[in-house]
Write a protein of this length. Structure first.
Length: 62
């Protein structure tokens, strides 16, 4: 049985919020990186990911 993908919500902002795409992408970089780091830590803590030889991989023992 295939695993079910997590629910992802995407919020769209008005085009007036940022003056251009580059500025919007720059503004999103820090929160996105922080969220990704938190997600990886959670997956490591739950055993879904493992650190092997300095690399983070899907846990081969699961």
């Amino acid at each position: 049985m295939a695993r079910k993908a997590p629910h992802i919500e995407i919020e769209q902002f008005s085009g007036d919020y940022f003056p251009d795409l580059e500025t919007a992408q720059r503004a999103a970089l820090d929160p996105l990186a922080a969220h990704l780091a938190h997600l990886i830590r959670d997956l490591l803590a739950s055993g879904q990911l493992a650190q092997v030889n300095g690399k983070i991989i899907p846990n081969p023992n699961r």
